[in-house]
Design a protein around this ligand. Structure first.
Ligand code: ADP
Ligand code: MG
Length: 397
């Protein structure tokens, strides 16, 4: 961990530029899900409590470098005030004389929100001049937007090199969870990778087979591996052209000492539909007109065994077509098993990914996981073993 936290900084009386992710969904001017805003509240509160003055830097949507009123951050002020329980002022630009005056006038206990950084086209180019304009507003830079850390932008990368920099509470929690899951994990480590396609997760699989002891492959992508093993998959979702790539992954995993666990039995239907008529068959017996939509109970028993023998679990991708009942069965049961082991103190469990978070929430297991990342792309790139520019900039700060 080469980065600092808020605890390492002297915040008293200082203007602290905080990069946050408040890219919340809005319908007709109303915030429909304020999760992202609630998650940055601890950072804002801790800065205020230490006598610092938080100045929030954020993007909102994709204005493409143009000032677009429907993408103004101004509309989030009431929601922010409720979440922080304090006054939130607004500056109509994230650089310039007006923003500087607002930052100077900020009183202890108040928060300043700056306008959408992406109203400047150079933000996404990591322009150092734009970053310098932002840096003039504060004395300390705090990045609390892990979900934007896989992009080198002026407000995530260049600026971190211009001011004393640290991670906010959310970024800190995310990095600590991810580091304990993959960088310095307690072994054995098991990864679950599921979802639709092998092609979108090749780098992920390649990185994981080098790092984990067991790799459970599920969902549509498991079908491609069954094809690679010469098994029939009927009309299942499978990327037949990825067959050789899948075979290579199996061979590399073997060489690396990583055990791959594929479904040994399958739930097979004729249609991609909720409550479609289906049967449980051995994994080598998918009929020509059959569609594999989930893993079966034997597969699940093996997954449970592996979870029990593991100390760390990292999970991305559902084990079946979880949106369609009852093909959420394997995902739900495995999630509940992981949750129970975590509650019992036997397992560190970390999960992330858009559909994964939805599936784990639906299973009722999410609350018991050690950490659920909502960072999407940044989580995946981190799991792929890539350096995240926003984190790297904090490390060299
Ligand atoms: P994440 O968003 O968590 O990274 P993915 O987008 O890779 O996950 O995968 C989720 C999708 O995979 C879901 O829409 C799910 O229906 C689909 N899926 C999983 N198993 C199957 C299957 N056997 N057949 C068809 N689709 C599947
Ligand atoms: Mg998805």
């Amino acid at each position: 961990m080469g980065w600092k936290t808020l605890d390492d900084m002297d915040l008293n009386g200082k203007r602290v530029l905080v990069r946050v992710d408040i890219n919340v969904p809005i319908v007709d001017g109303v915030v429909t899900d304020s999760t992202r805003i609630r998650r940055i509240a601890p950072t804002v509160r801790d800065i205020l409590a230490a006598g610092g003055k938080p100045i929030l830097l954020a993007h909102f949507g994709r204005p493409g470098g143009e000032r677009r009123e429907n993408l103004s951050l101004n509309q989030l002020v009431p929601t922010l005030e409720r979440a922080f329980e304090t006054r939130v002022l607004f500056a109509a630009d994230c650089i310039g004389a007006g923003a500087e005056a607002a930052a100077d006038a900020l009183q202890p206990g108040e928060v300043l929100l700056l306008e959408n950084t992406r109203f400047h086209a150079t933000e996404t180019k990591n322009d150092p001049e734009l970053a310098a304009g932002m840096a003039r507003l504060g004395e300390i830079y705090c990045n609390d937007a892990f979900s934007a850390a896989h992009r080198a932008h002026s407000s995530t990368e260049a600026i971190a090199r211009l001011l004393p920099a640290c991670a906010g509470r959310l970024m800190q929690a995310e990095l600590q969870a991810l580091e304990s899951a993959l960088s310095q994990p307690q072994r054995p480590v098991t990864a679950v990778v599921g979802g639709a396609k092998v092609s979108t997760k090749l780098e992920l699989l390649g990185n994981l087979i080098e790092k984990v002891d067991h790799l459970v492959i599920g969902g549509g992508m498991a079908n491609t591996f069954l094809v690679a093993k010469g098994l029939p998959v009927g009309i299942s979702l499978a990327e037949r052209i990825m067959k050789d790539t899948a075979a290579e992954i199996l061979a590399k995993a073997k060489a690396a000492g990583c055990e791959i666990i594929l479904p040994s039995d399958i739930a097979v239907a004729k249609k991609f539909e909720a409550h479609a008529e289906h049967e449980i068959l051995p994994a080598d017996q998918c009929p020509e007109d059959g569609m594999i939509l989930d893993a079966g109970p034997d597969s699940l028993a093996r997954i449970n065994e592996v979870f029990e023998a593991s100390k760390t679990l990292i999970w991305n991708g559902p084990l079946g077509a979880f949106e369609l009942e009852p093909f959420d069965a394997a995902t739900n049961a495995a999630a509940l098993k992981a949750a129970a082991l975590t509650r019992a103190g036997q397992l560190i469990s970390v999960a992330g990914g858009g559909d994964t978070v939805a599936a784990l929430n639906a299973s009722g297991a999410a609350g018991d996981f050690t950490y659920i990342s909502t960072a999407g792309g940044a989580f995946l790139e981190w799991m792929e073993g890539k350096e995240l520019p926003g984190v790297a900039a904090l490390e060299s700060a």
